[in-house]
Design a protein around this ligand. Structure first.
Ligand SMILES: N[C@@H](CCC(=O)N[C@@H](CS)C(=O)NCC(=O)O)C(=O)O
Length: 207
């Protein structure tokens, strides 16, 4: 049986969302963060050597890393749903946004956050690093002005991967297409079910 180990307010929300979209049965175990450090608790760290969320268990398998988990679940249970076939016109777009989310976008969100927390003085390097996050948002805005979903005209796992960094970017005031998109994603029945299970009491929130 598939078990999703969900750390409160973390990227494991997207694995719950994926399973709801696919109609996959799963058990959900929820873990609270350490209130002082915001780290995962020792029980979560004990699951996988890297100790980050998301992590799933499936029989004897323990698997971490969002993108690996998404690929694993789609390969095993997707039956072609939520991904694009290699001969689809938008196949490369699908791959790009699926991997851009965690490969470049989330690191840029985290870098911005770290620079802010550390109060680092402005230099060419910090401007370059901050610029990456701004560029990721501008690119996403341009994409969503042109097509309804990141891979084109169909909802795919690329959307499930992209919502986390968009939400994590916080200030979306200058990005009307992203805002409308995030609101549209949050209205999906599977998203609402996922949030009710993963984050009970906050199903309406987008931040
Ligand atoms: N690239 C990793 C990032 C994992 C990650 O940094 N997860 C955060 C939550 S969003 C985490 O586990 N934080 C708590 C900790 O490191 O103790 C993935 O997508 O799985």
């Amino acid at each position: 049986m598939l078990t999703i180990h969900h750390l409160a307010s973390s990227q494991s929300e997207r694995i719950v969302w994926l399973c709801e979209e696919l109609g996959l049965p799963y058990d959900l175990i929820r873990y609270e963060r350490d209130p002082a450090t915001r780290s995962a608790p020792p029980a979560y760290k004990a699951l996988h050597p890297f100790g980050t969320s998301p992590a799933i268990t499936d029989g004897d398998l323990v698997l971490g890393e969002s993108s690996a988990i998404v690929d694993y679940l789609l390969a095993r249970h997707g039956e072609g749903r939520l991904s694009l076939a290699v001969d689809d016109t938008h196949f490369a777009d699908y791959l790009y946004w699926l991997h851009f989310a965690n490969g470049s976008f989330i690191p840029s969100v985290m870098m911005n956050f770290a620079l802010q927390m550390l109060g680092v003085a402005d230099t060419d390097t910090t401007r370059m690093l901050r610029g990456r996050n701004a560029l990721a948002l501008r690119m996403s805005e341009t994409r969503l002005a042109a097509v309804p979903y990141f891979a084109g005209d169909r909802f795919t796992a690329a959307d499930i991967m992209m919502v986390a960094p968009l939400k994590g970017s916080r200030d979306l005031s200058g990005y009307p297409y992203i805002r409308a998109y995030v609101e549209r994603m949050a209205e999906r029945p599977a998203y609402r079910r996922a949030m009710q299970k993963a984050e009970p009491g906050s199903a309406e929130r987008l931040d």
